[in-house]
Design a protein around this ligand. Structure first.
Ligand code: SAT
Ligand code: MN
Length: 575
């Protein structure tokens, strides 16, 4: 790679604090980092054209086109390799090539896997140090013969001798985030942002890992993991899949409004799950950091996130206050009188523009979360009792619903749809199917992925988690959210806990089991609102079935029979 990329020098990262600090100093000097008032924290402004995951330039280059499936962009792997070699030729001139050995998951866990990312971005190095277990200890573990996933990244902006660098080098028009599932290799060119560049995250831990998981009989999922303890001290673990920027971080560290209940955080974005000898499903969080959405995060909405980012945090594309702190929409009720926006422009409330980019992010170590779960680093993982699927749905879908069976729950996952968010560069607020919240992250044919889920449920001796669909985002006719969400979601978690334990009451409906009653003690909500939250909109549901039928056609013969029959069973139940 060095002879292809022609970097000025090469640094093998040891992952030490000194190395991290030196890189931060270097980025302050180059204008990439602005030191903040918060201890050990920095603000970084990206190029205004490189602000989110780019789904249109993300490719799954399997040997056969049909194996990438209809939901992925495919290109011939040989042609793509040729293109990449052209793009990478001399792309690191004038820059340092950093070698980042990293482990997804605890080094001693047999659920974990190792990767090595090479990059010419010190911003990526610093983020990867927070997001993964990174450095010399990983190289030691690898030894001479160890296996790793090669992850090759460049911002694609060679630096001419004597020319001053820009704060956020990138090459937007040539961006390509490319996965070779058979070779289990990742190449990413032209972007420095989030999932495009921190290759351990979506590229490895979801797209490549989903392929490994299919082949080896485990799960790589876009899920948070939380521990839920009831007032008697009994604890279960829950995993939940929501699309990007739909509240995974908020749920993962929620402060329950219900007295005596406790939520603790194992992970906020990705879960790797494997069956244990006892037949239960054990989950690890392969990451060690959070790359969370800043806008909307406040002391009210997520006090634990606010505490997690009080120090040692990298902020990207937030606004800067006059006293050297950060701000974003929704952080306080009243915006400050003056700010410098994410674009580096003077900003006042009268500007009529957003001060922070809607996909502004914080990168912080999960160990800083005040409610981090004691088992977050446990190599065995935590046993999962319930799996939740959800999206942003302003109508039709009830607040919570329990699946009749694993197969029915798999159908829940396959039917997820959600309004799009700023986490991806495509249009925001458009309702789209996003099966298992994996639409942008599944590394192979989505129909085969459904089949993998169905098959895993047939495993001998499996103690399967119960499966739920949740929707915090249902609105009334005037467009107002019916449910307060955030800490009040503990009321839904409580019902799930009781169902798992066998004590919770439910009524059977065509969609699944709904709560007979939800604990709304102390919540200022009218009985009509509760009714609306669970209202069975038969017309809407029938339309939903038609819409799903249309969507599932996409998968042709590779739509598993189990999904097909669940859809017709639902249609029958709706009458
Ligand atoms: O992929 S990112 O990590 O940039 C953001 C997301 O989609 O969750
Ligand atoms: Mn995510």
């Amino acid at each position: 790679m060095a002879s292809l990329c022609e970097p000025k020098n090469i640094v093998i990262c040891d992952g030490s604090q000194q190395e991290y600090d030196a890189l931060c100093q270097k980025m302050i000097a180059s204008g990439t980092f602005i030191p903040l008032k918060r201890p050990g924290s920095f603000l970084c402004r990206s190029d205004p054209a490189d602000v989110a995951r780019c789904e249109d330039c993300t490719f799954i280059c399997s040997e056969k086109e049909e194996d990438a499936g209809p939901t992925n962009h495919w290109q011939d792997p040989k042609e793509m390799e040729r293109r990449l070699r052209g793009l990478f030729k001399g792309c690191m001139r004038g820059r340092t090539l950093y070698v980042i050995p990293f482990s997804m998951g605890p080094l001693t866990s047999d659920i974990s896997h190792i990767g090595v990312e090479i990059t010419d971005s010190p911003y990526v190095v610093c983020n990867m140090r927070m997001m993964t277990r990174m450095g010399s200890k990983v190289l030691e573990q690898l030894g001479e013969e160890g296996k790793f996933i090669p992850c090759i990244h460049s911002v694609g902006a060679p630096l001419k001798e004597g020319k001053k660098d820009v704060p956020w080098p990138c090459n937007v028009k040539n961006r390509a985030i490319v996965h070779f599932p058979e070779k289990r290799t990742i190449w990413s060119f032209g972007s420095g942002y989030g999932g495009n560049a921190l290759l351990g995250k979506k590229c490895f831990a979801l797209r490549i890992a989903s392929v490994m998981a299919r082949d080896q009989g485990w799960f790589a999922e876009h899920m948070l993991i939380l521990g839920l303890t009831n007032p008697k001290g009994k604890k279960i673990y829950i995993a939940a899949a929501f699309p990007s920027a739909c509240g995974k971080t908020n749920l993962a560290m929620l402060q329950p409004s219900l007295p005596g209940w406790k939520v603790e955080t194992v992970g906020d974005d990705i879960a790797w799950m494997r069956f244990g000898k006892d037949g239960r499903l054990y989950a690890i969080n392969p990451e060690t950091g959070m790359f969370g959405v800043a806008p909307g995060t406040s002391k009210e909405s997520n006090p634990h996130a606010m505490e997690s980012i009080s120090q040692n945090t990298i902020f990207t594309n937030t606004a800067l206050t006059d006293d050297g702190d950060v701000w974003w929409e929704g952080m306080t009720k009243e915006p400050p009188k003056h700010l410098v926006s994410w674009l580096g422009e003077e900003w006042t409330p009268a500007s009529g523009k957003k001060a922070a980019h809607p996909n502004a992010r914080f990168t912080a170590p999960i160990s800083q979360c005040p409610v981090v779960d004691p088992a977050y680093d446990d190599p065995k993982g935590v046993p999962i009792s319930a799996i939740l699927f959800g999206g942003r749905r302003s109508s039709v879908m009830p607040l919570v619903c329990e699946a009749f069976s694993w197969r029915h729950g798999t159908f829940f996952g396959a039917s997820v749809s959600s309004e799009t968010t700023a986490a991806s560069e495509s249009e925001v607020g458009k309702l789209r199917h996003d099966p298992f919240a994996m639409l942008p992250f599944c590394g192979y044919h989505m129909g085969d992925y459904f089949l993998h889920w169905l098959k895993m449920g047939e495993r001998e001796g499996a103690q399967l988690p119960k499966i739920y669909a949740v929707n915090w985002f249902r609105k009334d006719r005037s467009g107002k959210f019916l449910w307060p969400g955030f800490g009040e979601n503990s009321r839904v978690l409580k019902w799930i806990f009781e169902r798992v334990e066998g004590s919770g009451n439910a009524v059977e409906t065509p969609l699944g089991y709904l709560p007979k009653s939800l604990d709304i003690n102390g919540l200022n909500i009218s009985p009509q609102t509760i009714e609306e939250l669970f209202y069975e909109d038969r017309e809407g549901l029938r339309r939903e079935v038609e819409w799903l039928k249309e969507y599932f056609k996409l998968f042709g013969k590779r739509l598993p029979e189990g999904i097909r029959s669940e859809l017709s069973a639902l249609e029958k139940r709706l009458g």
